[in-house]
Design a protein around this ligand. Structure first.
Ligand SMILES: N=C(N)NCCCC[C@H](N)C(=O)O
Ligand SMILES: O=C(O)CCC(=O)C(=O)O
Ligand SMILES: [Fe+2]
Length: 321
């Protein structure tokens, strides 16, 4: 089944539309989150060309010689920020078949990560000298994604019956993550069966920007079938992560998804993970507990702890490079 996922128009929240328009948007987002946890976003203000720019930049980076890419390897850094070579990422104990660059919100000196003496995720992202303007294009893109992410969280708050600004305090210092991903096609000879193993995302909202490849991204529907989330030009694919799952006490599920890329092209995708503040403590919201049987299903959890428990199990570092 293709394109079974709903489309939500977020413009009313980005452009301060009327209350009536906002309510309509909030309702359509709510329905999409309850039914699928996955949807397409339009009305986000980016042109098709602006969406393509970050993917083109990613491809230019992946086309560089291996040594140049390895210069910003996660293995040379904190095992989180930087380049992960093909096959280095692991999901569910199995090797994935993609290369990537992981970028995280920068951390200043007095940040909680440093206070706790943690090395992983402290500091700043490594900057490759090529392609030119790498950091400028990334920084501009991050700003746009944070704006869209905040607008979507406002719509979500309204859809849940909360004040529109309810999530702001949890998101204002968002510990966002962005991953530039390159997927060579899966080939029998490589003996790897999956491009990215099934998983849920860790935080609040994933804002995914992919090229035109079809069939690759697959989402597990409530009835247990894998459906493809094929790209619609000019739209982002949005899915919710574990923290929204916990806040809503399972009303909105962080849906399992995976990537199996068997076409012949080199696929590029750029997920932006709009996440809570590192030290945000997330627990089921009373208004959601009421609607889901009356008992909270999750203990309070600090987002940063949840993230670290995932990140530290994701990479094969056996070659020590
Ligand atoms: N940051 C997020 N949500 N990533 C999900 C990617 C799939 C799991 C993977 N092993 C990993 O590297 O995380
Ligand atoms: O490449 C994609 O389409 C999805 C990637 C993904 O699910 C992730 O990185 O979390
Ligand atoms: Fe994902």
């Amino acid at each position: 089944m293709t394109n079974a996922l709903p489309i939500v128009d977020i413009s009313a929240f980005l452009n301060n539309g009327s209350l009536e328009e906002k309510r309509k948007t909030a309702k359509s987002l709510h329905d999409a989150c309850v039914q699928f946890g996955f949807l397409y976003l339009k009305g986000h203000g980016l042109s098709i060309e602006e969406m393509a720019e970050i993917r083109t930049l990613s491809k230019e980076f992946f086309d560089l010689p291996e040594e140049e890419k390895q210069a910003i390897s996660i293995s040379k850094n904190d095992l989180a920020r930087g380049y992960q070579k093909l096959g280095q990422n692991i999901t569910l104990y199995a090797q994935d078949w993609h290369e990537g660059v992981d970028l995280y919100a920068p951390v200043d000196d007095d940040h909680i990560i440093k206070k706790r003496g943690l090395k992983t995720l402290a500091g700043k992202n490594p900057q490759p000298p090529r392609p030119p303007n790498f950091s400028k294009i990334v920084d501009e893109y991050v700003l746009k994604m944070r704006k869209i992410g905040m607008a979507t969280m406002s719509a979500m708050a309204m859809g849940l019956g909360l004040d529109e600004r309810y999530f702001d305090k949890y998101m204002e210092n968002s510990f966002w993550v962005m991953r530039l991903i390159g997927y060579p096609p899966l080939k029998k000879v490589d003996n790897v069966g999956i491009s990215c193993g099934e998983h849920t995302d860790y935080g609040c909202l994933t804002i995914l920007n992919t090229d035109e490849t079809t069939g690759a991204l697959q989402v597990l529907s409530k009835s247990g079938e894998w459906i493809t989330a094929d790209p619609i030009p000019g739209h982002f694919v949005i899915n919710i992560g574990d923290m929204v799952n916990n806040w809503t006490n399972d009303l909105y599920k962080s849906t399992l998804h995976r990537v199996i890329h068997t076409k012949t092209n080199y696929r590029v995708s750029v997920p932006f993970f709009f996440e809570p503040n590192f030290d945000a403590v997330i627990e089921p919201l009373p208004i959601c507990v009421e609607q889901t049987g009356g008992k909270p299903k999750y203990e309070p959890i600090m987002y940063g702890d949840h993230l670290l428990s995932k990140v530290t199990n994701n990479f094969d570092v056996s070659d020590g490079k």
